[in-house]
Design a binder for this molecule. Structure first.
Ligand code: EPZ
Length: 445
């Protein structure tokens, strides 16, 4: 069945301006380097939070509204496509999103949509707990690793779901009377599994205790929205989250937290270019590990009201630092590529260790094409600082690797052309506008 054939008629999406941003399909970006960045960058709502909040709206037949939603992102559009396919009404205007899941007609998340964005696996828990069944395509691997969903499946089985995998789909059914609260110990910290189970448990019978739960700020924000909808949840931000199931959830209005990875990316831009940037509506408390590393590298970072100010003295070279990615509150894997770009021009050798994903060094050969000196050994990379990078034609491979190449281009001598830049549209709202207004020479070609 084609997607268009089942497109619901109750859709009132107001997305004209949004589509005009993306239909041009950014092919390449050209950055002319050696510009200092100075100015103000407004931070958007967090992609990795908004995508899950959209799934939370499936838990009620009433309308749920989100403010500060990064609606122009391609991933948000894919998630909208999925919710509309299921029968939701989704309306988006500027940074406001409203979702009504009162008319769900289908419990299937098809391969065609799930393959575009792994975040769609997060419809599994909400559909299963509210409707008693769900069919979600297995998301498969992606550029950064194999990314299994075994922990999501096993934990839902512990809530009593009967699950079989057939034809590339997860077919899940809840027992008669609904999912049953349980004690779940995740063998490994997983953001997605924690979120899926937290949502599933909101409408289960009795209490669910999630141990070794992820503590990312996006999970706390999702939990706070669920609480506004009527869920009973305690322990957010700790590794033990307790959820007591309720019969129904209701409407709510929730504001999405600022995107900490977008924030961290622009912090690195200021650090690399020796600039002074004010990041509007950003929270340093969500970036403690990254800010600590920047301080050790010689970058000044401070919170001022709702903004973060980042400043580096151009006359003082960046210092080499060692980084190891870890679950929150450790250093985030989603900032590893950006920090590696920064360390290519630091004074000395840095060791960057990736512990979350097995294949998240695809930016290394591209940075080396620009004159960086990086050697990968297993899950570590030795980055020996060089005096300067040189512009080159490079290839973006995933969202964060792409933005790392943009950052490298900002300081490289001459022009850097980045191909396959559509990855950037998935996670960075108006990156060209935001950087240009601070003095970067960056354009689509
Ligand atoms: C989320 O992915 C983010 N995506 C990722 O951001 C982020 O890198 C990641 O968390 C870690 O912080 C979204 O929020 C949409 P995980 P998620 O489950 O939830 C393994 C970006 O650039 N694992 O915490 O999929 C897994 O393979 C993206 O914005 C299992 O083994 O990540 C990984 O090694 C990329 N079995 C580790 O756990 C499972 O069932 C952590 O993954 C689930 C995960």
């Amino acid at each position: 069945m084609s997607l268009s054939a089942v497109k619901p008629t109750n859709t009132v999406t107001k997305i004209d301006e949004i589509q005009s941003v993306n239909t041009s399909s950014l092919d390449k970006i050209q950055v002319t380097g050696a510009q200092q960045l100075n100015g103000i960058i407004p931070i958007s709502g967090a992609k990795n939070c908004a995508l899950k909040l959209m799934c939370a709206a499936l838990l009620t037949g009433e309308t749920v509204k989100f403010q500060n939603s990064p609606n122009t992102l391609r991933d948000m559009q894919s998630q909208t496509e999925l919710l509309e396919y299921l029968g939701c009404t989704v309306s988006r205007e500027k940074d406001l999103m409203a979702i009504n899941a009162g008319g769900i007609k289908d419990y299937t998340a098809p391969y065609d949509i799930v393959r575009k964005m792994r975040g769609s696996i997060l419809v599994l828990g909400p559909l299963l707990t509210r409707f008693g069944e769900a069919r979600v395509s297995l998301p498969g691997g992606c550029a950064i690793g194999t990314r299994p969903v075994d922990m999501h499946i096993k934990a839902l089985e512990e809530l009593g779901a009967k699950i079989n995998l057939e034809g590339g789909y997860i077919n899940a059914k809840a027992p008669k009377g609904g999912l049953q609260g349980a004690k779940i110990m995740f063998p490994k910290v997983s953001v997605g599994a924690t979120e899926n189970l937290m949502m599933a448990a909101t409408l289960a019978n009795g209490e669910t205790i999630l141990s070794n739960a992820a503590r990312e700020p996006e999970i706390t924000d999702l939990g706070e929205c669920l609480i506004k909808m009527g869920a009973k949840i305690t322990g957010l931000g700790t590794d033990t989250i307790r959820i007591t199931g309720v019969k129904n959830l209701n409407s709510a209005i929730h504001s999405v937290i600022p995107d900490r990875i977008e924030t961290g990316t622009y912090m690195v831009a200021a650090a690399m270019t020796g600039g002074n940037i004010r990041l509007e509506n950003a929270r340093l408390e969500h970036l403690t590990a990254a800010a600590g590393h920047l301080a050790r590298a010689g970058v000044q970072v401070e919170q001022e009201g709702n903004d973060i100010i980042v400043n580096r003295d151009i006359d003082k070279p960046l210092k080499a630092i060692d980084i190891m990615t870890e679950p929150h509150p450790g250093f985030p894997t989603d900032l590893q590529a950006q920090f590696m770009a920064m360390l290519t021009i630091a004074n000395g050798a840095s060791l960057v260790t990736e512990t979350i994903f097995e294949n998240r060094f695809m930016h290394v050969p591209e940075l080396n094409r620009m004159g960086a000196n990086i050697t990968v050994q297993g899950n570590s990379a030795i980055v020996r600082g060089v005096n300067g990078l040189k512009g080159a034609e490079v290839m973006a491979t995933d969202l964060r690797a792409s933005v790392a190449l943009v950052l490298a281009g900002l300081v490289a001598d001459g022009e850097t052309t980045i191909n396959r830049i559509y990855h950037l549209e998935r996670g960075y709202e108006d990156i060209i506008g935001k950087l240009s207004r601070c003095g970067a020479k960056i354009k689509k070609i």
